[in-house]
Design a protein. Structure first.
Ligand code: ZN
Lengths: 479, 448
C-alpha cells in the first residue's frame, strides 16, 4: 500500500491543527511481520501479518492528547484529529506546568536501512528449507525439544508535524534463532540467535547451522551439571548476557520520562535521579556507555525518532561517571537541553515514549583469556534465562542458560541454573576488565516492554565480555 | 461493530476455497488516561479491527492476519491463507476445525463502561489529588475503559459473537520514602469506586512512610490478591496447559495425583466466573469448561484445546489461544480462580507471630528452573512488618527466590476476600483471595 494516497488528508488535518493547538504531529505506520517456527520437524507457526493506521498527537495549552484509528478515510482522519484535541482539553484540566518542547530543526527526509535481499520476497519454500536443515542438524536422541525460528519485520512510517517536518522511514529487521531442551534432574535449555536491521542476507552471516553442534553438546552437558552454591565470586559475563545486564540496569534507568515519574504506575521509576547527572559514580573508570541510534544495522538504529528528531550518538556513562539520559523534546526542555532523539512508538496506535536506542558498552583492551587467567575461583555466565530487577533498577537477579566454573585461571566444568545478583552501581563499580573490539558485537532485543497501554520495542546493545569482582552468585534455600 | 465484523468475516469465509477455513475478528475501542506526579501526562484513544484467517488444505495449516485498513480485498486474504497452507508440510495428527456446540450465556458487556469520558476520568483523578497533596503524596496510575468484540466463524458452522467491556482504575501513590498500590477492575464501570481505590492507595503510602531496614530470610507472609495473581500468571504460562505436559516442561509432570500444595489450596479455571473476565468460548469457538487444576492441594489436570485434547485422548476444555500461537505455546487457562477460604485479612495477619504483609510482587520471573517452579521477584506497593498478629511498621522491599511448589505447600490459610485481579499486559482477569504462606524465602534487599 502507498502512503501517498492519504497524504493530502494528513497534510490538511495537520494544517487545521496548526491553528487550534500549540503543536501537533501525525504518524502513519504500516507493519509487515512474518514469523515461522519449526518444532521437532513440524511447522508450528507460519504466520504473516500486516497492520496499518495513523495516530495524531496534539499539544493544547501545554496538555497532551492522542487519538488513533485504522480507518484512513478523510472523514475519519478529521474525526481523529478532533478527538485528539478534545482529549487534550480534558488533560488540560489537570496539568501543573504546561509542556514545553525543546527546539528541533525542520526535517524533510527519507531514511531506509540497507537491505540486500527483501525478506518478504524470499519464497516460503526457501525459508522452510533453511529451518528444516537446522532442525535436522539439532536432532539427538536425548534432546526431546528442538525449536528453530525466523522473524522478519518491516516498518514503513510517515511523520508530519505542524512545524513543517515530513519524514518517511522504511526499516527492515531480520532475525533467527534456535533452542533445544533436554531433561536431567530438571529441564535445561540452550539457545543461539540474533536480530539485525538488515535483509534476508543476514541469515547467512548468522549461520545457525555452524552453531548446532555446540548448542547440542552444551545442553547435554547441562543435564549432568551441578548447581553452583551460594557464594561471593569473581565473574565474567559473556556479551549476550551483558546485553541484558545493560538493558535492565542502565538502559531503563536512564529513560528520562521514567526518572521524572511517568512510568511509576507500571514498570517503576529510577535510582538515577536528576541530582546524580554529571556527578554520580555509576561504574568503575573502565565503564563507558553510549546511546547510539546511528547504527544502520542495529535494532536500536533509525534515521529519526517518532518526534522527528535526528538519530544521535550520545554519552551515557563516561569513565564510570553518569553523564546523560535518553530524552524527548518535552523532557530535554526541563534540563535546558535539546532532545537526543529517543522517542519511539511501537505502532500507529501508541504515543511515543522514551525508549532505548542501541545502548552500547564500549570495548576495553583485554583478551578474554587474560581476563579468565586472573580469576582464581569464579564463574563465567552466558545467555540470559531469567531476569528480574526492582522498580528503581537497583537490586537485580539474573540467571543464565549456561555457566562455567573458573578455577585457577581456567574455564572448567559446566554449571546449571546459575544466577548472580547485586545492586546496580556496586556491581558496575566492580568491573575491572572489558574485552577488546575483537569480541564486541551488537545484540538485538526485539521485545522490550514499557507503558500503559503496553508497547513492545525493538532495541539493541553492543557489548564485549566483562569481568566483575566479588559478586554474589547462587542462592540458598533450606527447609 | 457486530454487523461490520460479521460482514467482513462472511465475505472471507465464503471466498475461501480451502478444505476448512476459520475467521477470527476482534474489534476494539479503548480510551486510557494515564497520570503521574498528580497530573495527566498521557491521554489516548485507539480503535482497531484485527482479522486472522486459518486455512486448512490436506492437513496443512496456513495462518494470516491483518488489520482492517491493511485489508485491500477480503477475498484476497482467504486466498493468501490458502497459499500459505499449501506451502506448509502436513501436520499429520491434525484432524478438523471444531464444530458448533451450545454456548452458555454470560454477560461481559456493559454500556456504562463505554460512556465514561476523558473528562469524567479527569474529575475523578482531580478529586483524589486534592486528598493526597496535603499528605506530601503524589499520584500515578491509569483509568482505562475498553470494549472488545469477538467474532469467530468457521466452515463447519461455528458462528459466534461475544462483546466485552473492561474498566480499570489503578492508583500508585508515592511519597519520598513509600509507595501504595491499589486497583479495581470491573466489566461494568458503574461498579468502580475510584474514591475507595484512591483512598486505599493513599493510606497505604502514608502508613508506609520511612520504612525500616529488614534483613532477608524466611518470613511468614500475608500476601494480597495482586501478589498471588502475578505468580499464578507465570504458572499458567509455564505449566497449566496440556502442551507443557506433553513436552514435559510443566512442573505438574509426574506430580498428578500427588500433593503439590497444602490442603487449603484449590485452583480451577472457570470461563464463566463473574470475578474473572467471563468469556464463554475460546479462540477456536469451543465452549469453555470448568477445569479443576489443583484440588485440596492435589494436582488434578490442566487445560486443553482441540489439538492437545485429541493428542492425549482427553475432552477439549476450550482453552485454545489465537491460531498464530496455538501450536507453539498450546492452551492456557485465562480465568483462574483460587477457591476462597473463610478467614478475613485481619485473621490472616493475626495468625502471624513474625512476618510480612505484602501488597504486591514486582518483576516476577519463573525461568530459573521451570520444572521445580523456582521463582524470583521483588515486593512492591507497600510491605509491612507483622509481629504478634499485628501490623507494626513499614519495611523496605525484599527479593524472594523460592520454589512455588514449596511455597504452595506452606499456604496455611486462604482469605475470604476473593478479588478480580486484571492481568497486567492483556485483557483478562483471575479471581484470587489473600493468603497466608509460612516461611517464604527472601534472598535479597534493596535501598528503598
Ligand atoms: Zn526492557
Amino acid at each position: 500500500m502507498d502512503v501517498s494516497e492519504y497524504e493530502p488528508s494528513f497534510l490538511e488535518v495537520i494544517d487545521s491543527l496548526k491553528q487550534r493547538t500549540d503543536y501537533a504531529d501525525l504518524r502513519w505506520v504500516e507493519h509487515t511481520h512474518e514469523y515461522i517456527e519449526v518444532k521437532n520437524g513440524e511447522v508450528v507457526a507460519l504466520a504473516r501479518s500486516s497492520d496499518m493506521g495513523f495516530g495524531i498527537r496534539v499539544l493544547y495549552k501545554g496538555a497532551w492528547g492522542f487519538a488513533s484509528s485504522y480507518d484512513l478515510t478523510p472523514d475519519s482522519i478529521r474525526e481523529v484529529a478532533d478527538k485528539a484535541l478534545s482529549i487534550a482539553q480534558a488533560s488540560y484540566r489537570l496539568i501543573r506546568e504546561p509542556v514545553r518542547l525543546a527546539p528541533e530543526d525542520v526535517h524533510i527526509d527519507t531514511y531506509v536501512n540497507p537491505v540486500r535481499v527483501d525478506p518478504f520476497t524470499v519464497a516460503i519454500d526457501d525459508k522452510l528449507d533453511l529451518l528444516f536443515k537446522v532442525d535436522s542438524a539439532l536432532r539427538h536422541p536425548h534432546i526431546p525439544i528442538r525449536e528453530v525460528f525466523m522473524d522478519l519485520w518491516r516498518e514503513r512510517k510517515l511523520f508530519i508535524n505542524t512545524e513543517g517536518s515530513k519524514i518517511f522511514q522504511d526499516i527492515t529487521h531480520t532475525g533467527a534463532g534456535m533452542q533445544v531442551t533436554a531433561f536431567g534432574e530438571d529441564m535445561q535449555v540452550r539457545s543461539y540467535g540474533n536480530f539485525k536491521a538488515a535483509g534476508y542476507e543476514y541469515l547467512e552471516e548468522l549461520d545457525l547451522i555452524s552453531h548446532t553442534d555446540r548448542v547440542k553438546e552444551e545442553v547435554l552437558a547441562l543435564t549432568k551439571a551441578p548447581v553452583p552454591d551460594e557464594a561471593v565470586k569473581d565473574i565474567i559475563i559473556a556479551g549476550d548476557q551483558l546485553a541484558l545486564q545493560i538493558h535492565e540496569s542502565c538502559g531503563h534507568p536512564i529513560e528520562l520520562d521514567r526518572v521524572l515519574g511517568t512510568e511509576a504506575s507500571f514498570y517503576g521509576t529510577s535510582f538515577l535521579t536528576l541530582d546524580k547527572l554529571g556527578k554520580f559514580q555509576y561504574g568503575s573508570k573502565h565503564v563507558n556507555i553510549v546511546a547510539d541510534a546511528t547504527h544502520k544495522d542495529a535494532l536500536g538504529g533509525f534515521g529519526y525518532d517518532d518526534e522527528g528528531v535526528k538519530a544521535q550518538r550520545t554519552d551515557i556513562v563516561r569513565e564510570g561517571v553518569f553523564v546523560g539520559y535518553l530524552t524527548s523534546r518535552e523532557t530535554a526542555s526541563i534540563l535546558g537541553q535539546r532532545s537526543n532523539g529517543a522517542m519511539r512508538a511501537s505502532s500507529w496506535n501508541r504515543i511515543p515514549l522514551i525508549r532505548m536506542t542501541s545502548i552500547d558498552l564500549e570495548p576495553g583492551e583485554w583478551e578474554l583469556e587474560d581476563m579468565i587467567a586472573d580469576i582464581k575461583d569464579g564463574i563465567y555466565f552466558e545467555t540470559n534465562k531469567s531476569w528480574s530487577i526492582d522498580e528503581k533498577r537497583l537490586n537485580f537477579q539474573f540467571g543464565t542458560e549456561i555457566a562455567w566454573e573458573i578455577k585457577n585461571g581456567r574455564r572448567t566444568q559446566v554449571l546449571r541454573n546459575a544466577i548472580y545478583t547485586g545492586i546496580t552501581p556496586e556491581f558496575w563499580r566492580s568491573c575491572d576488565a572489558i574485552a577488546n573490539k575483537k569480541y564486541w558485537q551488537i545484540y538485538g532485543v526485539p521485545g522490550c516492554g514499557k507503558g500503559e497501554p503496553g508497547q513492545s520495542m525493538r532495541v539493541s546493545h553492543g557489548t564485549a565480555p566483562a569481568r566483575f569482582r566479588k559478586v554474589r552468585v547462587g542462592y540458598k534455600n533450606e527447609r | 461493530m457486530k454487523d461490520k465484523l460479521f460482514a467482513v468475516g462472511e465475505v472471507i469465509l465464503n471466498a475461501s476455497t480451502a478444505d476448512e477455513t476459520e475467521v477470527l475478528l476482534f474489534g476494539t475501542k479503548s480510551q486510557l488516561t494515564r497520570f503521574a506526579n498528580s497530573v495527566i501526562h498521557q491521554n489516548v484513544y485507539e480503535e482497531n479491527v484485527e482479522i486472522t484467517v486459518r486455512a486448512i488444505v490436506d492437513k496443512r495449516i496456513g495462518v494470516v492476519s491483518v488489520n482492517l485498513s491493511a485489508l485491500e480485498e477480503p477475498s484476497e486474504l482467504a486466498k493468501l491463507a490458502k497459499e500459505v497452507a499449501e506451502r506448509t508440510p502436513k501436520v499429520v495428527d491434525f484432524e478438523h476445525l471444531p464444530s458448533p456446540a451450545p454456548v452458555r450465556e454470560v454477560q461481559s458487556y456493559f454500556s456504562s463502561t463505554i460512556e465514561v469520558t476523558p473528562a469524567d476520568k479527569a474529575s475523578v483523578i482531580e478529586k483524589l489529588v486534592k486528598r493526597a497533596t496535603p499528605l506530601g503524596i503524589t499520584l500515578s496510575g491509569v483509568y482505562e475503559t475498553s470494549e472488545i468484540h469477538t467474532v469467530i466463524l468457521n466452515s463447519n458452522g461455528i458462528s459466534l459473537y461475544y462483546p466485552g467491556t473492561w474498566a480499570v482504575f489503578k492508583v500508585v501513590s508515592l511519597s519520598d520514602t513509600s509507595q501504595g498500590y491499589a486497583v479495581q477492575c470491573e466489566l461494568d464501570a458503574a461498579k468502580l469506586e475510584p474514591e475507595k481505590v484512591g483512598e486505599r492507595s493513599i493510606e497505604k503510602c502514608d502508613k508506609g512512610k520511612n520504612p525500616r531496614d529488614i534483613e532477608p530470610g524466611k518470613y511468614d507472609i500475608v500476601v494480597e490478591p495482586y501478589g498471588m495473581a502475578e505468580i499464578l500468571s507465570w504458572l499458567a504460562w509455564l505449566g497449566l496447559g496440556a502442551l507443557s505436559v506433553i513436552e514435559k516442561r510443566s512442573f505438574l509432570c509426574d506430580r498428578f495425583g500427588s500433593q503439590v500444595a497444602s490442603e487449603v489450596f484449590t485452583l480451577y479455571d472457570d470461563g464463566y466466573h463473574p470475578l474473572t473476565f467471563p468469556w464463554p468460548f475460546d479462540f477456536e469457538g469451543v465452549p469453555k469448561r470448568k477445569v479443576v487444576i489443583i484440588e485440596n492441594g492435589i494436582a488434578k489436570d490442566v487445560v486443553y484445546d482441540s489439538y492437545t485434547a485429541k493428542k492425549l485422548n482427553k475432552e477439549n476444555t476450550g482453552h485454545a489461544v489465537t491460531p498464530e500461537a496455538s501450536r507453539k505455546i498450546g492452551p492456557i487457562p485465562s480465568n483462574l480462580v483460587v477457591e476462597p477460604g473463610s478467614s478475613t485479612v485481619d485473621e490472616l495477619v493475626a495468625s502471624v507471630s513474625r512476618g510480612l504483609y505484602v501488597t504486591k510482587f514486582h518483576y516476577v520471573n519463573g525461568m530459573i528452573n521451570p520444572r521445580e517452579a523456582i521463582f524470583t521477584g521483588m515486593t512492591r506497593g507497600g510491605v509491612f512488618y507483622i509481629e504478634d498478629g499485628k501490623i507494626r511498621y513499614p519495611v523496605k522491599n525484599l527479593r524472594f527466590t523460592e520454589s512455588m511448589l514449596t511455597a504452595f505447600k506452606h499456604i496455611e490459610k486462604v482469605g475470604n476476600d476473593l478479588t478480580r485481579v486484571g492481568l497486567e499486559s492483556e485483557i483478562g482477569a483471575y479471581a484470587v483471595p489473600s493468603m497466608l504462606i509460612r516461611g517464604f524465602n527472601f534472598t535479597g534487599k534493596t535501598e528503598y
